[in-house]
Design a protein around this ligand. Structure first.
Ligand code: T1G
Length: 680
């Protein structure tokens, strides 16, 4: 069955694409469109053409799986230039998500119609590239430079309603009547001349608009290459003849497609989707319906976790031991929703609906009917086992019992119940109602249905779920440990906290480890005994330096919480190091990077060796979505592939005598480095 078919409706030829799942503009589709258009041109009885798609969406873009391989003719840019030039009107009929090359196909059409629920966008920048089939030249000519800058550099789609307002589409079709309305529209305009060709319009730019946009978006664009290229291409649309602007677009996308950044961002695009798949799980594994949820603990985590379910209409019963803590937790949830309404992230009625589904309680008995319970209590094994012991007695048969533990052994927690096959870890990241990552920790006895249900639920609450095996810290926190250990060691040997943080900031992290520590608070887990100073953090806490909240930690902070390196903190650290007899020396950025980041890669290799992650790309997803690893570096394992695993091993060997006597290089990493292989 060809992916492209045609239908004759009297004098209108309808070209239909059926290329599931998202009508990607792969070679067969492009070739089919070309042949169908040639058929339309050759047939004098055809007065107009409609292009539409079957399935869930209009073309959602070029076929990303074709990138990096030799492109087969007809290539999309040439096809679209030719399509716009033909003498018969082409009407693009859009539904679903008309994205990337899909929207470019619509822009090269002479007319555009869409159903109200359709969305349109040019998200190529998220793949580290830019619209490469005329989008940077046509969009500004249709919607103006400011809107084009937002859509192309931001990459977010807009609604059909908004598209109509800004002139991106000519009209809206009936939600269930796209095909017929498009044909009627085509017949209506069939004899109108001259054909409206977008490339013949002018794009006008206010003086200074590009530099103003750069300044306004500098922080978001920092470190990325594609956004600047997008701006240059749009600037060309306003300043150069169409053909020259198109040539610049083509040369820019050529460079970007070959860049490490784009390869990294495309890697994450597919890695995110691969993470949702569980190797070896039988297709059709039955899911357990989750119609109500219980959350134990109404603190920051418990409240944030509860919001994920409330926001999608699932009632939550939230349990605390003390009324005051319960009230505080409920109030925080209300405040967070009010914040969402204030920021426009949700309407007041959505917030009211969500909070109406919350039932606070002090009694375990109120958890006896829920389908899933998630505990977010104090991170202590005895406490967790006591909670699960109680849950085992109260929760209904078949209820899933999940722990939000960040480190602890889920199998041991499960052993406190008579139903270990219903126990797993759901490790949310703080703030749990915001962070996209969810580590789903598979216990030795967790059943396939329970695991599949957790992955399905993750999608519903818009989390990116990664399956982790039971080990200390699972995937993310386990790799965080060597990084923190090395950072802590480096400042005892002469590096300043700001030196270490600078290496992380230059690498593309939003924050360095010491900034992060000050933000979270140095007194987390502190024993509060100022006479006990066994670590730098304890020494700082003992001096009342608790981090941002006390005006100083590793850094000093002004009233606006702007940080400056702290001579006081550096003196405390130097004295601490002197007391331990650690000699001070100059430490290079290279050493900081190798000791902090290469040891993370090494730990990731061990996680793979032990089967605690299904695939290297899962580790990349964890770090990009849970810990701010810059997406344009693709995650620790892809980054290691790109710099070369031999480079990583050589770096670890160079630092060997500083990594501690227990440090070992992962055999998997060694083997891959020696055989020139990669993780991904
Ligand atoms: N190419 C190839 N496969 C794609 C694809 C694409 N563009 N988009 C999605 N898939 C696969 C995806 O891997 C998954 O596969 C399945 O389709 C369902 O996707 C010239 C150069 C459209 C909003 O960036 O944003 O055009 O896991 O799970 O959640 O200027 O897919 O089932 O095997 O994401 O409903 C520009 C990318 C490309 C859009 C649907 N377009 N896609 O979301 O399903 S570059 C994009 C999406 C370009 C031109 C340039 C989303 C979606 P599998 P899914 P979804």
């Amino acid at each position: 069955m060809s992916v492209i078919t045609t239908e004759r409706h009297d004098d209108v030829l309808v070209i239909v694409s059926n290329n599931p799942p998202i009508n990607a503009l792969g070679h067969a589709v492009r070739d089919g469109i070309k042949q169908a258009l040639e058929q339309a041109i050759a047939d004098p009885a055809v007065k107009a053409v409609v292009i539409r798609c079957d399935g869930r969406t209009f073309f959602a873009g070029a076929d990303i799986t074709e990138f990096g391989k030799p492109m087969q003719e007809p290539q999309l840019p040439g096809l679209l230039e030719w399509m716009e030039s033909i003498e018969k009107p082409v009407v693009a009929a859009m539904h679903g998500t008309a994205l990337g090359g899909g929207l470019e196909t619509a822009l090269a059409s002479h007319y555009r119609i869409a159903v109200p629920s359709a969305k349109m966008g040019l998200p190529e920048v998220k793949l580290g590239i830019l619209p490469g089939a005329g989008g940077t030249q046509r969009l500004p000519r249709v919607v103006g430079v400011p809107a084009a800058l937002e859509m192309i550099v931001g990459g977010a789609p807009i609604s059909a309603k908004k598209a109509l307002e800004i002139g991106l589409i000519d009209r809206l079709a009936g939600e269930d009547n796209l095909a017929a309305d498009a044909i009627a529209f085509a017949r209506e305009i069939a004899d109108q001349r001259p054909l409206p060709r977008v490339s013949e319009k002018q794009a006008v730019a206010e003086p200074g608009v590009f530099d103003a946009f750069r300044a306004a978006n500098a922080r978001k664009m920092k470190g990325f290459e594609a956004p600047e290229a997008c701006i240059q291409a749009i600037q060309a649309a306003a300043e150069l003849p169409y053909a020259e602007g198109l040539a610049l677009e083509r040369s820019l996308i050529g460079k970007l497609l070959a860049s490490d950044q784009s390869k990294a961002q495309r890697h994450i695009f597919f890695a995110e989707r691969a993470a949702a798949k569980i190797d070896g799980l039988a297709a059709g594994t039955p899911l357990i319906p989750i119609k109500s949820v219980g959350v134990i603990g109404a603190g920051t985590m418990g409240g944030g976790i509860a919001m994920n379910f409330l926001s999608i209409g699932i009632p939550v019963t939230i349990l605390e031991m003390q009324q005051e803590a319960l009230d505080r937790g409920v109030a925080t949830i209300g405040k967070n929703y009010a914040g969402n309404v204030k920021s426009g992230r949700m309407t007041q009625e959505q917030a009211d609906k969500a909070t109406s589904l919350l039932t606070p309680t002090l009694s375990y008995d109120d958890l006896s009917t829920v389908d899933l319970v998630i505990e977010a209590v104090f991170e202590n094994m005895d406490v967790k086992k006591e909670v699960f012991g109680k849950l085992d007695k109260v929760a209904k048969p078949g209820a899933i019992l999940a722990s939000n533990t960040s480190y602890l052994d889920v199998d041991e927690i499960a052993s406190a119940t008579s139903r270990p096959e219903y126990v797993l870890g759901l490790h949310f990241f703080s703030p749990a109602n915001v962070m996209k990552l969810l580590e789903v920790v598979r216990g030795a006895k967790t059943s396939d249905s329970v695991l599949a249900t957790a992955m399905d639920l993750a999608k519903k609450i818009k989390k990116i779920a990664v399956v982790a095996g039971v080990c200390y810290g699972f995937i993310g926190n386990r790799m965080l440990k060597p990084r923190q250990d090395q950072a802590g060691q480096l400042i005892l040997e002469g590096a300043k906290p700001s030196d270490v943080d600078r290496v992380f900031l230059d690498f593309g992290f939003p924050m360095g480890p010491f900034q992060l520590a000050d933000l979270a608070g140095l007194d987390i887990g502190w024993h509060r005994d100022p006479t006990r100073r066994e670590t730098v953090r304890e020494a700082l806490c003992a001096e009342g330096r608790l981090g941002q909240k006390s005006g100083g930690g590793f850094y000093d902070y002004d009233e606006k919480r702007n940080r400056t390196p702290s001579p006081v903190a550096e003196k405390i650290i130097a004295e601490f190091a002197a007391a331990k007899g650690i000699p001070q020396r100059q430490i290079s950025d290279e050493e900081i990077r190798e000791r902090c980041l290469y040891t993370m890669v090494n730990e990731g290799a061990k996680i793979l060796e032990e089967g605690k992650a299904q695939r290297a790309s899962d580790i990349d997803v964890v770090w990009v979505y849970g810990y701010g690893w810059p997406v344009y570096r693709g995650g620790p394992m892809l980054w290691a592939d790109q710099i070369g695993l031999k480079t990583v091993v050589d770096g670890l060997k160079r630092q060997a005598d500083r990594l501690g006597k227990d440090f070992t290089v992962s055999p998997l990493l060694l083997e891959k480095a020696e055989s020139g292989k990669t993780f991904n």
